[in-house]
Design a protein around this ligand. Structure first.
Ligand code: G1P
Ligand code: ZN
Length: 539
């Protein structure tokens, strides 16, 4: 039975860098998800006759929210919903399914790399027909709707059984349950040289993938173990859990601690890797060796010829402004287009749709290509395996040779967490106001060349976005300042440090960036304003 339910607005449903993201205790409030979903439907003029993709990373509240969204979609006249088996789907797979089915939109229920469980976070990513997350103009409209919503539509019906592949009806809406793992595995085997990677594993190459108890465990088992012949114990934490077993599913040196310890031990496998909660982030490690995501993007670009899917050539590349400039040097050498965009994957999508770029990436462990409109964790790992299989070189060797060829960007992100929002906003606006006066000033051994906000003018839709503040120094070092748009606890100030070297290629990163870190605090008056003498998190 179709029901119209009266509701009152929540005032905090503004989408951040990647969808709506909230503490689970907030997202599970009465009508919270319903209000948001109805506001999306209303913002796009209703979903009558449309097709949507739906699934999640399996975190707490996934199961409940999925049932609500299916019933609301049916009540709003949607024609078809394509749902991941048991309610699971990784973000990259969702994008692929959306494109393959020419669907009108999709929801991935995830707070990405944020912890899950009742004390963790819940979230919804909303993708549009192009396969990527919705543009700002749409998210603004959704936010307006959430502030005035008064009712939503829902079907009163039994819960849908999502365990079996196939189609069924919910009211007048068709529900198609798909096997996302198979779809994703097919896509990967069509892009990479699986025979060469199989040979690599058969030859004794050792490998570990940490799924961090999140969505990619089954994908990794299927691809790395069943299809490519990696040993069964090379895939760890591969059963998705509602609270990710207490892990913070962010594949970086801090949160993937066990994996990092193993990769820095004497019996480390040849390559280590991990994904985040919804499978779009990745980390690449060699034996006692870490590849920064910025370097990974540069190395991937420089080695595209080894990959069957790209061997006939690539368009340009893009990176977020905060990401190191390493890939820019490769683009120059290859003579391909090079773009710098604001933080957030959605800014790459127009460039991919218009064939301006093939690869893109962010320092936050996101790498991807135009095969979908999201970053793709397992794709990046397969790319590395394919390069290794083709060249016979180790992760470390590949990276060191890259530095020899192009120089090295020592790079680090410093996060200052849990700052009072007003203090953080004022720090940024005051710094922006001071920027014109910084040029020519000396800070320790660094001299400012130029300081200005980062402004991106999209060459495709003409939109203009301001995101972060950049200080350029005369020696090619850079500091980028911005506030996080995904946090759920006060404000997080992110300071990105980069120092470029052509001769000193084998130094300790923290040491190389120590002075620049001091300078970054001095320029923005971080300690005076936040009371923090040091960053809370270095990645
Ligand atoms: C963070 C990352 C950004 C990424 C986003 C979604 O956003 O910094 O690169 O696109 O998560 O995964 P932020 O919290 O910095 O706004
Ligand atoms: Zn993610």
């Amino acid at each position: 039975m179709l029901k119209t339910v009266k509701t009152t607005p929540y005032t905090d449903q503004k989408m951040g860098t990647a969808g709506l993201r909230k503490k689970s205790k907030i997202a599970t409030q009465e009508n919270y998800i319903e209000n948001f979903v109805q506001s999306v439907f209303d913002a796009i003029g209703g979903v009558k006759g449309q097709t949507f993709i739906l699934g999640g990373d399996g975190r707490y509240f996934n199961k409940v929210a999925i049932q609500k969204i299916m019933k609301m979609s049916a009540a709003n006249g949607m024609k078809k919903m394509i749902v991941g088996q048991n309610g699971f789907i990784s973000t990259p797979t969702s994008s692929r399914v959306l494109l393959d089915n020419k669907a009108d939109g999709g929801f991935v229920l995830t707070a990405s790399h944020n912890p899950g469980g009742i004390n963790g976070d819940f979230g919804i990513k909303y993708a549009v027909a192009s396969g990527g997350q919705c543009p700002t103009a749409v998210s603004d409209k959704i936010y307006e709707n959430t502030k005035k919503i008064s009712e939503y539509k829902i079907l009163e019906a039994d819960d849908v059984d999502l365990s079996k592949i196939g189609t069924q009806k919910l009211g007048d809406m068709e529900i198609e349950i798909i096997d996302p793992v198979q779809i994703y595995a097919d896509m990967m085997s069509s892009m990479f040289d699986f025979a060469a990677i199989r040979k690599l594993f058969a030859g004794g190459f050792t490998f570990v993938f940490d799924a961090m108890n999140a969505v990619t465990g089954p994908y990794a088992r299927k691809i790395f173990v069943e299809m490519l012949g990696a040993s069964p114990d090379s895939v760890v934490n591969d059963v998705p859990l509602e609270d990710f077993g207490g892990l913070h599913p962010d594949p970086n040196l801090i949160y993937a601690k066990k994996l990092v310890e193993r990769m820095y031990s004497d019996d480390a496998p040849d390559m280590g890797s991990a994904n985040d909660g919804d499978g779009d982030r990745n980390m690449i490690l060699g034996k006692k060796f870490f590849v920064t995501p910025s370097d990974s993007l540069a190395i991937i670009t420089d080695n595209y010829k080894y990959i069957p899917a790209y061997k006939n050539g690539i368009y340009g590349v893009a990176k977020s402004a905060a990401t190191s400039t390493a890939v820019g040097r490769v683009a120059k050498a290859l003579g391909i287009g090079y773009y710098e965009v604001p933080t957030g994957w959605k800014y790459f999508c127009n460039l991919m749709d218009s064939n301006r770029i093939t690869f893109c990436g962010e320092e936050s462990f996101g790498t991807g290509s135009s095969h979908i409109r999201e970053k793709d964790g397992i794709w990046a790992i397969l790319f590395w395996l394919n390069i290794i299989a083709a060249t016979g070189k180790s992760v470390e060797q590949i990276t060191r040779e890259h530095w020899q060829k192009y120089g090295r960007s020592y790079y680090m992100r410093n996060d200052y967490d849990g700052i009072d929002t007003e203090v953080a906003n004022k720090l940024m606006s005051d710094l922006e106001a001071r920027m014109p006066s910084l040029a020519g000033k000396q800070f320790g051994s660094f001299t400012v060349k130029e300081a200005k906000p980062f402004i991106y003018n999209d060459p495709v839709d003409g939109s203009s976005t301001k995101n972060g503040l950049i200080v350029y120094f005369t020696d090619n070092s850079r500091i980028v300042y911005r506030l996080s748009g995904t946090g759920t606890n006060g404000a997080t100030l992110r300071i990105y440090l980069e120092r470029y070297e052509t001769k000193l290629l084998d130094e300790d990163v923290e040491k190389m960036l120590e002075e620049l870190a001091d300078v970054s605090r001095a320029i923005a008056e971080v300690t005076e304003r936040t009371g923090k003498a040091k960053a809370d998190l270095l990645t």
